[in-house]
Design a protein around this ligand. Structure first.
Ligand code: SAM
Length: 239
């Protein structure tokens, strides 16, 4: 059974978009995953298929109606064990461990907001998870959904070849990844770090670990503190 992505959106033509190319595109063609984009307007109201209305309490912008989203969720006919996710800047920040969990499941139903967002009641009554792809505001949930799908699909079995393996990459161990170098060995007056030319695998692994730790400490104090705490806990458990 393929991993099933179902997207509820006002712009179904945006899917699979860039995910129809390269690794994800080949996996889509090969049936590793499927992508169905369902137009929220199919459940729109009246002659104009309206999906939104003005916010109670006043203020700028429009809000997507709960009855429209509710009917669109019913229309997907996706099994109940598939997580429902609303992409929103108010959501939990997306992390690699969430992506791993989603990729191990049967798929995702993704709700893409537009305008000011979606009426809160349907998010609560349908127990929809809320996920953010970063602390900035996009014009719609579609590009956020593409980010989430890209991150999941590349982890599905058989999608990445061994040369693109996700085992050692950023976040897999809680650290950012070490820097990479390729030919030429000298470029623009800059040498490749000597140890990488040494053929000494233990020394290379140690250098990469130190680099990963330093880069994480400098760039992401949040990840660094969490990694230190985990190391301390594991050390305590081992003693
Ligand atoms: N009024 C909302 C707020 O301030 O939180 C922003 C609405 S935004 C213009 C329209 C839609 O884009 C949102 O409903 C959401 O689906 C999507 N979106 C915007 N930024 C996002 C982010 N950082 N992560 C996930 N989805 C986002």
């Amino acid at each position: 059974m393929s991993w099933q992505a179902t997207v509820l959106t006002l712009f179904p033509e945006m899917f699979p978009g860039p995910l129809g190319l390269s690794l994800a595109g080949r996996a889509l063609e090969g049936g590793v995953w499927s992508c169905t984009a369902q137009d929220l307007r199919e459940q729109g109201l009246g002659r104009h298929r309206a999906v939104d209305d003005s916010p109670f309490g006043g203020g700028a912008g429009m809000v997507i109606r709960p009855d429209v989203v509710d009917a669109a969720l019913d229309a997907t006919q996706v099994p109940a064990d598939v997580p429902r996710v609303f992409l929103t800047p108010r959501g939990r920040p997306l992390r690699q461990q969430d992506v791993q969990r989603y990729a191990q499941g049967p798929g995702l139903v993704l709700l893409c907001g537009r305008f000011e967002g979606v009426d809160e009641r349907v998010l609560q009554s349908r127990q929809i998870e809320q996920v953010s792809v970063g602390d900035y505001v996009l014009s719609g949930g579609e590009t956020a959904a593409l980010v989430l799908l890209d991150a999941c699909v590349r982890l599905l079995p058989g999608v990445m070849g061994s040369e693109e393996s996700g085992v050692e990459e950023s976040f897999s161990e809680g650290l950012l990844e070490y820097p990479h170098y390729t030919r030429p060995a000298v470029w623009d007056g800059q040498n490749v770090p000597e140890v990488l030319l040494s053929g000494n695998h233990a020394a290379i692994a140690a250098w990469r670990q130190t680099q990963a730790e330093e880069i994480t400490r400098e760039r992401r104090p949040d990840l660094w503190s969490a990694w230190l705490a985990r190391r301390e806990k594991n050390g305590a458990a081992a003693n």
